[in-house]
Design a protein around this ligand. Structure first.
Ligand code: ATP
Length: 586
């Protein structure tokens, strides 16, 4: 900080003298003897703890200069009180006689023109030598003072060096200024460390309570922080391990102002596959068959027994599985759904139990957590369980029996705690009889069996229609009586999934008006054929086949495997026919 010299210094000095005169002080006045009490000094030291602690350290570093020049160094607070003093003992005694000691106040209005008073009033470093002091009693002094500022530029106090005028030293003002700067820097560093800690706590709190998975990675790509949601995804023991771009995480690198990268944050935003989990309240229905199933499933939710959900495609098996999970004691833990029919036979074990790094060619280099481990403490929903190969069934049975799994390529066993809910649209008893499904696995999965009724057997179709229309559009469209009749007459092979898709299309086609039969894209093939039989018009076999394929694809929302199941043909055959007839997505 620049000190004033020459003409400017004389000006500053004159202004100070003028202020003293205005205060009504006279140079020959006795000094003010209003010293702070011991208790008040202790209170002040407590309040100013950090600055005094730093001043002690800074003064320690300049102690040889202070001793050699027979001076004393002091810290003065922003109100002018001397709160700390060290230095030459002889001079300290002499200075004490004119109250240049801890507990005294050296503002101009109390002690006339002096270095401390001017540094406080003008907020600048200044030297006041001998006769420049206002009070005659201070003329034996030479003093140099420099102000100390806080982070926001507020005045925190003054560093002062004083001695007898004959011990005047050229460097005193510079040393006082350096000491003030050093004190100021230490306080700024301390403040920013406090700020840093608060920010870290704030971050930690926000991350912990954030529903999305969040990770922090160091510059070597190791995980250094992870919230609960992220630990579910990357594994509970992930801290310290290298992050290997888990699916769905978007990584953002954080750089300093020179563009040097320090760390990265990884966030896993909701993906199209991520949906909120359903609860029993989402299950619409008023007919006894569904109410009774709901009650049974609710009772099952409160236990830890396995649940087996049976029913045609689209009857709500996954909806029930999620509702059982969200109503049970594991609701805050993961719900992991696995479509057993979608896993190639050769990969079943690695998908379900995970694998260690380098387990097999084509595997992720760093290994991968299996579905069982991902569902640890939560629920594993094994959908389409009836489509699992016998080999995969054997592997699954072993884990269900022992609660222990061994990832592919590993020698270490791992215990898992998962609740199992399985579902299938196949008749499992028949599958067991035919030898396609293991009886022991069936009995282990069966626990509580809930069979969901197909839509054509339900008595609450119009209630469901109303609920689905309400869910899908802001303004519920009216249904003409003929449209209601058409819906009631249809046989709904795709169940509620198909009903929902038909209603979405009808709402769109009716363009804000009432929904009438022509807006409902359904044809009951079973009913149409006899009608056509009666007429002279004969539909070609090929046209009938195309119509059946189109309907199966629409009903299953273009799920080729399910459509093939409905048509009772193989998946490859269906693909071939789609291509052959040039059927495009509609
Ligand atoms: N009772 C119901 N109330 C409201 N919506 C329902 C009901 N049952 C099913 N749905 C809806 O129907 C659609 C199909 O349900 P879900 O996926 O649970 O059927 P699923 O039996 O598991 O089918 P799949 O065997 O083909 O996997 C979903 O959109 C679901 O929300």
């Amino acid at each position: 900080m620049l000190s004033v010299e020459g003409h400017d210094r004389t000006k500053v000095m004159n202004q100070s003298w003028k202020r003293c005169q205005d205060f009504g002080l006279a140079p020959s006045d006795p000094w003010d003897d209003n010293l702070l009490s011991e208790t008040r000094i202790r209170e002040l030291l407590d309040q100013r703890g950090p600055i005094v602690k730093h001043a002690e350290q800074v003064f320690e570093r300049m102690s040889s200069f202070i001793k050699q020049t027979k001076q004393i160094a002091m810290l003065i607070d922003a109100e002018g009180h001397i709160v700390h003093s060290v230095g030459d003992p002889d001079f300290s005694c002499k200075a004490g006689l004119i109250q240049l000691k801890v507990g005294a106040n050296w503002e101009e209005r109390r002690k006339g023109t002096n270095a401390i008073g001017i540094a406080l009033a003008e907020k600048m470093p200044i030297r006041v030598h001998a006769g420049e002091h206002y009070f005659v009693s201070h003329h034996f002094l030479t003093c140099a003072s420099s102000p100390v500022f806080g982070t926001n530029g507020e005045l925190l106090g003054v560093v002062n060096i004083s001695g007898k005028q004959e011990n005047f030293h050229d460097h005193s003002l510079m040393i006082a200024s350096l000491a003030a700067d050093s004190l100021q820097n230490r306080l700024i560093v301390e403040d920013s460390m406090k700020e840093h800690l608060i920010t870290l706590k704030e971050l930690d709190y926000t991350a912990r309570n954030h529903p999305m998975p969040l990770l922090t990675l160091d510059k070597d790509n190791r995980i250094i922080r992870a919230n609960q949601a992220a630990l579910h995804v990357v594994g509970r023991d992930a801290i310290g391990k290298e992050f290997n771009s888990h699916k769905g995480f978007a990584v953002e690198t954080i750089q300093d102002y020179q563009g040097k990268s320090w760390r990265s944050v990884a966030i896993r935003k909701p993906q199209s596959g991520d949906k909120h989990l359903y609860t029993f309240e989402d299950i619409v229905g008023s007919c006894p068959s569904i109410l009774q199933r709901k009650e049974l499933a609710y009772k099952a939710a409160l236990t830890d027994f396995p649940v087996l959900l049976l029913g045609e495609s689209g009857t709500g098996k996954e909806l029930f599985a999620q509702s059982i999970h969200t109503a049970g004691p594991r609701r805050d833990q993961p719900f992991i759904a696995v479509n057993c029919s979608a896993i190639p036979d050769s990969l079943v074990e690695s998908e379900l139990f995970g694998y260690e790094r380098g387990a097999f060619t084509g595997a992720n280099r760093e290994g991968q957590m299996g579905k069982f481990s991902a569902a640890h403490k939560g629920t594993l929903f094994l959908d389409e369980i009836g489509d699992m190969s016998l080999r995969a069934q054997a592997a699954l049975l072993r884990v269900l029996q022992e609660g222990i799994l061994t990832p592919v390529g590993s020698v270490k066993e791992r215990s898992v705690d998962v609740r199992i809910i399985a579902a299938t649209n196949r008749n499992l008893t028949e599958e067991v009889q035919e030898g396609r499904f293991r009886a022991d696995l069936y009995y282990r999965l069966k626990g509580i069996q809930v069979t969901l009724p197909p839509l054509r057997e339900r008595k609450d179709l119009l209630m469901l229609v109303h609920a689905l229309l309400e869910k899908n559009s802001q303004r519920i469209p009216l249904l003409t009586e003929a449209a209601q009749r058409k819906l009631l007459d249809y046989h709904w092979p795709g169940n509620i999934r198909e009903l929902n898709s038909v209603l979405v299309q009808a709402t769109f086609l009716s363009d804000g008006g009432s929904i009438s039969p022509e807006h409902l894209p359904i044809e009951n093939i079973d009913q149409r054929l006899p009608a056509e039989d009666r007429s002279d018009v004969v539909t070609s076999l090929q046209d009938a086949e195309i119509a059946a394929i189109k309907q199966a694809l629409r009903v299953t929302e273009w799920n080729v495997r399910k459509a093939a199941d409905l048509l009772k043909i193989g998946r490859t055959t269906l693909y071939r026919k789609i291509e052959e007839y040039g059927i495009v997505f509609f």
